[in-house]
Design a protein around this ligand. Structure first.
Ligand SMILES: Cc1ncc(COP(=O)(O)O)c(C=O)c1O
Length: 384
């Protein structure tokens, strides 16, 4: 069996271990410490925001951002449907109710048409959501110039879920910097990783202070342990932040390689009209976190055939996220569609391809050969 090719495995640079050693040498093997503070500063600088708080996960970042904007029991929160469950699970942690918004076809991100429909429907019943969670899917920005004015019109705060989009931008401005809060994930599969971790960024320094307070068990500033509020153990450790500092140094390189990988696939699939690349909208510059394709099933080839063939050859691939409005756990939640249910269509047809930055050209060719082989009706297609 040939070496396994993963979807997006961690890819360490040369400096991560130095920061970990520094933490060991100074015995900062603890939550918090100098790596955490520096990592926060660096991410804030990178995204052009005034501050950042490093947390144990992107999910924790979404949770505390929602809590800060006042999401509480019985409130509604609008959220992109085509995403990972972590975008909306924290809504339910606060006993609030998610309402799912469809994708638009140009970027697969939240549809302004569906968002407007949702606001109008709520307006009719004199209701308003407490927040809108806008996801930047697979490393590509949502169409902020269309979405943000709608949220502004109804005076509802935005949380930008940029878990997958560190390093991406929209009309020259970094993703993560659009809402009242932006959040990032450093989970093992992300463009850079700390093994696990997250960050919330914002221009509102008071809000970040409060989030930091909640994330450190809501400890009041007394010598003894005094608590007036419920807190969380959500902070990032100094060791983990050391990995993050090293990884941030190679982020630009990683984006460059991700783009090359996307372009290699694009070139290879050019002669196969049955295979469509995930569209890249002209309003932004993605980080190309994952290359995603859709399959025209009138060709007789189903996405499942390709997924199975890749797995037989020890290659990891995945269907596109199953939209949240189709998940059993959210079956009672409302959903507002674009003009037809775009997210469902993308789920039926989409495949995420191996996009690891340490993947060699030869390994990528292996992936390509198997995919085009499915259309050529050959076992393994010749190199193209
Ligand atoms: C869109 C999206 N939101 C949120 C998360 C949650 O991040 P984490 O795994 O760091 O909690 C992820 C990834 O895991 C994600 O892809």
């Amino acid at each position: 069996m040939q070496k396994r090719i993963y979807l997006s495995p961690p890819h360490m640079g040369s400096e991560e271990l130095n920061y970990i050693h520094e933490a060991f040498d100074s015995n900062w093997v603890a939550p918090l410490g100098p790596n955490v503070e520096t990592f926060e500063k660096e991410v804030a600088e990178y995204t052009g925001t005034k501050g950042a708080v490093a947390l144990s996960a992107g999910t924790a970042a979404i949770h505390l951002a929602l809590k800060y904007v006042g999401v509480a029991e019985g409130d509604y929160v609008f959220c992109s449907s085509l995403t990972f469950a972590a975008s909306c699970n924290p809504i339910v942690y606060e006993k609030a109710i998610p309402v799912f918004i469809d994708s638009e076809p140009d970027s697969w991100n939240m549809s302004p048409i569906a968002l407007e429909k949702a606001f109008e429907a709520f307006n009719k019943k004199n209701a308003r959501p407490k927040a809108v969670v806008i996801v930047d899917l697979y490393g590509q920005s949502a169409d902020m110039d269309k979405l943000l004015p709608i949220c502004k019109k109804y005076r509802v705060p935005v949380i930008e879920d940029s878990a997958e989009a560190l390093g991406s931008s929209y009309k020259g401005k970094a993703n993560g910097a659009f809402g009242q809060f932006g959040i990032f994930s450093f989970n093992g599969n992300k463009i850079i990783t700390t093994s696990g971790g997250g960050m919330v960024v914002s221009d509102d320094l008071d809000a970040l202070k409060k989030i930091k307070f909640w994330a450190t068990q809501a400890r009041e500033p007394y010598r003894h342990y005094e608590h007036k509020e419920i807190g969380y153990n959500y902070r990032m450790s100094n060791i983990v932040a050391g990995i993050g500092r090293g990884q941030l140094k190679v982020l630009k390189e990683r984006i460059k390689r991700k783009k090359e990988i996307y372009n290699n696939y694009k070139k290879a699939f050019y002669e196969y009209p049955q295979i469509k690349m995930m569209p890249i909208a002209d309003f932004g510059e993605p980080n190309y976190w994952l290359t995603v394709i859709t399959i025209d099933t009138s060709s007789g080839v189903e996405p499942e055939d390709i997924l199975l063939k890749l797995e037989e050859n020890n290659i990891e691939s995945r269907p596109v996220w199953k939209p949240m409005h189709l998940q059993p756990v959210f079956r009672d939640c409302e959903f507002f569609e674009h003009e037809e249910d775009i997210a469902a269509k993308l789920f039926e047809r989409g495949i995420c391809l191996p996009s690891g930055t340490a993947m060699t050209d030869e390994e990528q060719q292996r992936v390509i050969n198997i995919i085009v082989g499915c259309f050529n009706k050959k076992e393994l297609g010749k190199p193209i």
